[in-house]
Design a protein around this ligand. Structure first.
Ligand code: F6P
Length: 555
């Protein structure tokens, strides 16, 4: 693909570039043949046929290990997937991404969050503003963390509350949880509020002192209803708490590129941190949207976070497809979705620090690739994004893992496992639990084994025969394991960039625009129309619900 230097033409180029939907590429039918063969084979059987499977299907990069050996895939199928990537011109797509071509062609924008991590150049016209805002963000962080930033009464700021939603919340919140050890409060402490439900803000304010609290209004558009409602509530709380004569503006800063809207709210331009248009919300933690994270972990840890992501960027850009972690992970996911008919992907991080990882990834994957319109305007006839969900592994294994063991569906599983320091007993046990789960979910338990185990426990033959079917676990759940040496800033940056690029790989091959979100806009329009008036112009159910809610409010 020719890289467009003239942004005005890049939409045109992206849309008119010869494009073949993936299911029409010749590699697709080869893959269907492989799928017919592999669908009936158990993963455990693949290990019996190939003792070196772990070695050939595990891939490393800068300390991170990606193990695909427990996927329902073998070397010939993987080779065909790599062919598919080649036929879909994925290398051109990667090149175009890093070159700043307007791959977000419906909004005529480049997609350059990698420039924030120093992995490629920002557009020359934005470079100075970008450097300046990064510099200001650092100075702001240093002032806050050193206690020299004071509020309207002269008290130092000790609590920072981020008001944002979607990409302006999930990334910084998840990363702060991961990188600020529980119990060790950052200086100042950083909290996150996303929900328009007043309860979340009230919880964050429960023990807060208005004189030492700063709100960061994080909203790229400065037009998101939930964030603005929370900002207004925060201002009212400050006004009531600070008393007459104190200026609440000193307790606000904003991250936004809508400086006029921020100014209209009362946050002057010098307290606003802009972010470039070419940074999408769900890719924005690396930008000034990462301000609360930088405040929580400090500028040098934030640098390590960027360095981890940059290392993954460089790998993604330069490694051949058969060694390229995001490419391989993306292909394995596409295989599960489109060839094995697996509809959901469960994220199972074995670390309390990663408790919000699935929520972050849900936005990344489902807002990016939960789409059907292809580059040529036609509709996809194959599935795109899986349904992404999950929760911390050790907790889930006492709850929803039951469905993985004995439910009726196959579910793709991603085990994310930071490895223990040798003397850390609890982390060791987490790691062992993760490995035990992926092994058990692969091998399962057949009827004979179930029967024998019941007999060994002393059950009579007739009783064991009745009970044994209830103990059968089909197994054969495909899983990927990502091992991180530790849950530190570098590894987290690597991990997040791995998933970002995986999403790019899949979106590119599916032929969708991973960088717009017109779907969620429809929901916003409907909410505006409902709050603007009655249920009159809506369907009968919605009108009925509006009337019922109104009646409940009156009683
Ligand atoms: O409604 C979806 C969305 O636009 C996301 O894409 C975005 O991350 C989020 O809302 C928040 O947007 P903003 O930063 O403009 O408030």
């Amino acid at each position: 693909m020719e890289v467009a230097n003239n942004s005005k033409h890049s939409v045109f180029i992206a849309v008119t570039e010869p494009f073949t939907p993936p299911h029409r590429l010749s590699a697709w039918s080869t893959l269907e043949n492989h799928a017919a063969r592999l669908r009936t084979m158990r993963i455990a059987e693949l290990f019996e046929h190939d003792a070196a499977r772990f070695a050939t299907l595990s891939f490393g990069h800068r300390g991170l290990l990606l193990d695909l050996s427990k996927q329902s895939i073998d070397a010939p199928a993987l080779a065909a997937l790599i062919d598919l990537a080649g036929q879909a011109r994925l290398p051109d797509g990667i090149e175009a991404l890093f070159a700043g071509e307007h791959l977000n062609f419906t909004e005529d924008r480049a997609v350059l969050h990698m420039a924030l991590r120093g992995a490629c150049a920002a557009p020359p016209e934005d470079a100075a503003t970008l450097a300046q805002s990064q510099q200001r963000m650092r100075a702001f962080t240093v002032a806050l963390r050193s206690g020299t930033m004071t509020g309207a009464t002269g008290k130092p700021i000790r609590l920072v509350i981020n008001l944002g939603i979607g990409g302006s919340d999930l990334g910084p919140r998840m990363a702060a949880q991961a990188l600020v050890p529980t119990g060790l409060r950052a200086t100042p402490e950083v909290r996150f509020v996303a929900n328009i439900d007043r309860r979340e803000l009230d919880e964050a304010l429960a023990d807060a002192d208005p004189a030492s609290t700063l709100f960061v209004v994080s909203s790229k558009s400065f037009a998101t209803a939930e964030t603005l409602a929370n900002a207004q509530a925060a201002r009212a709380w400050l006004q009531a708490g600070l008393g007459a004569g104190c200026d609440p503006a000193l307790h606000f800063t904003a991250v936004s590129n809508a400086t006029d809207a921020a100014a209209a709210f009362g946050i002057p331009a010098e307290r606003v941190f802009p972010l470039p248009e070419w940074v999408g919300g769900r890719y924005s933690v690396w930008s000034t949207i990462g301000l609360p994270l930088m405040i929580a972990i400090g500028a040098s840890e934030f640098d390590a976070f960027l360095a981890g992501a940059r290392a993954m960027d460089e790998h993604f850009r330069t490694a051949p497809p058969d060694e390229n972690l995001p490419v391989l992970m993306g292909l394995a996911g596409l295989w599960n979705t489109d060839f094995l008919g697996i509809e959901s992907l469960a994220l199972l991080p074995y670390a309390h620090g990663l408790r919000s990882f699935a929520a972050w990834l849900q936005q990344l994957e489902m807002e990016s690739n939960g789409k059907r319109c292809l580059r040529d305007g036609s509709g996809s006839v194959i599935h795109t994004s899986p349904i992404v969900w999950g929760g911390v592994g050790t907790v889930g294994q006492h709850a929803f893992h039951q469905l993985f063991y004995q439910g009726t569906r196959r579910v793709a599983l991603d085990f994310i496992v930071p490895v223990a320091a040798a003397d850390d007993v609890s982390q060791r046990s987490l790691v062992e639990n993760a490995f035990a789960q992926s092994a058990a979910l692969m091998s399962g338990r057949d009827l004979d084994t179930a029967f024998a185990s019941l007999r060994a426990k002393g059950l009579a033959e007739s009783e064991a025969a009745v009970l044994a079917p209830h103990l059968v676990c089909p197994g054969n759940q495909p899983s990927t394991t990502v091992l991180l040496p530790a849950l530190d800033a570098f590894s987290l940056g690597q991990l997040m960039a791995l998933y970002e690029h995986k999403v790019f790989v899949q979106g590119w091959i599916w032929g969708i625009n991973s960088f717009d979100q017109y779907g969620v806009e429809l929901g916003k329009e409907m909410a505006r129309s409902l709050s603007a008036g009655s249920g009159e112009n809506h369907d009968a159910s919605t009108a009925g619900l509006m009337a019922a809610a109104e009646a409940m409010r009156r009683t």
